[in-house]
Design a protein around this ligand. Structure first.
Ligand code: NAD
Length: 280
């Protein structure tokens, strides 16, 4: 199958690796040529790691390398059976992209969004064919994390949901069908894992490394600040803002000025080389 991925950032790269490892052809689209070439390098390195771990043979590696291409022109998405959008978490930007995707793909191609928090109903609203659209929400790093939320919007066709569930299984993932509610399942549950520690730090009750250390001591693999750095401090803030808005600005979902200041300073976490950890 030919899979189009829009957005060659943190998530697009990981989804591309997962799709290639499962034997698919991947077409990666981004507005930035630099993002495309950085993603191709990252993907090649991950495939080589898969060989080291004996998940892929040397011969399969060479074949996989021929099945990935990237570019900045919408036309490259034309042969795709499924296009997965993983660009900025801003509805208007995604709407503009979907309009362009619909112009180039076949009428029976499926379009899915990796959105973490924006409602599928609202993202589907300007589509000519909203029935072919749903959420396909991977977790970071997408080639490693097993869980995938398949989110059914009010107009998503049943066969589109079945297709995406089967596709996630084909990638070796564990799909769960989620309702189109703010944050779906995981981000609804996890939001206060990020918000509450920031309140603690803003109140001066503890420092960032202390909070991470204490949370790790409870058995979590990563503290909330380390995790926000992995996710992208900017992307995580956009998700919090979107969810807060969808809960009609309920105070317990309010974003933190601490996170806003890190975003304003360009400290977006691992992808920028600086974030909450290592800068305190
Ligand atoms: P990112 O900032 O790492 O990458 C986004 C990429 O999209 C960049 O390369 C950028 O150049 C590109 N882009 C921006 N506008 C574009 C456009 N109009 N057309 C094509 N490309 C465009 O972001 P990310 O962390 O990969 O997040 C992408 C999506 O995945 C968001 O919706 C986010 O909520 C979701 N998501 C993120 C995570 C995470 O942990 N980072 C987890 C699950 C879901």
């Amino acid at each position: 199958m030919t899979i189009g991925i829009c957005g060659a950032g943190t998530m697009g790269r990981g989804i591309a690796v997962a799709a290639l490892l499962a034997g698919n052809t991947v077409v990666l689209f981004d507005i930035s040529a630099d993002a495309c070439s950085a993603a191709e390098k990252y993907i090649a390195a991950q495939l080589e790691k898969a060989v080291e771990k004996k998940k892929l043979s040397a011969e399969e590696l060479e074949k996989a390398k021929t099945r990935i291409s990237s570019g900045t022109s919408f036309g490259i998405l034309a042969p795709c059976h499924l296009v997965i959008e993983a660009i900025a978490e801003i509805a208007e930007i995604k709407h503009r992209l979907f309009a362009e995707i619909e112009k180039v793909v076949a009428t029976d191609a499926i379009i899915a969004t990796n959105t973490s928090s924006i409602s599928i109903a609202s993202l589907a609203s300007p589509l000519q064919h909203p029935e072919r659209f749903c959420g396909l929400h991977f977790f970071n790093p997408a080639h490693i994390m097993k869980l995938v939320e398949v989110v059914k919007g009010p107009k998503s066709a049943a066969q589109v949901i079945t297709f995406c569930v089967d596709f996630a299984k084909h990638l070796g993932k564990t799909p769960v069908v989620a309702k189109d509610v703010p944050g779906f399942i995981v981000n609804r549950v996890a939001r206060n894992f990020y918000n509450e520690p920031q309140r603690i730090v803003m109140e001066g009750a503890a420092q960032i490394p202390q909070v991470d250390r204490l949370i790790r001591a409870l058995g979590f693999k990563m503290g909330p600040f380390e995790l926000m750095d992995l996710i992208g401090v900017d992307v995580n803030l956009d998700v919090t803002k979107s969810q807060w808005e969808q809960f009609f600005y309920e105070p317990r979902f309010a974003p933190s000025m601490l996170q806003q200041s890190y975003v304003d300073a360009g400290l977006h976490g691992k992808k920028t080389g600086g974030g909450f950890t290592g800068n305190e």
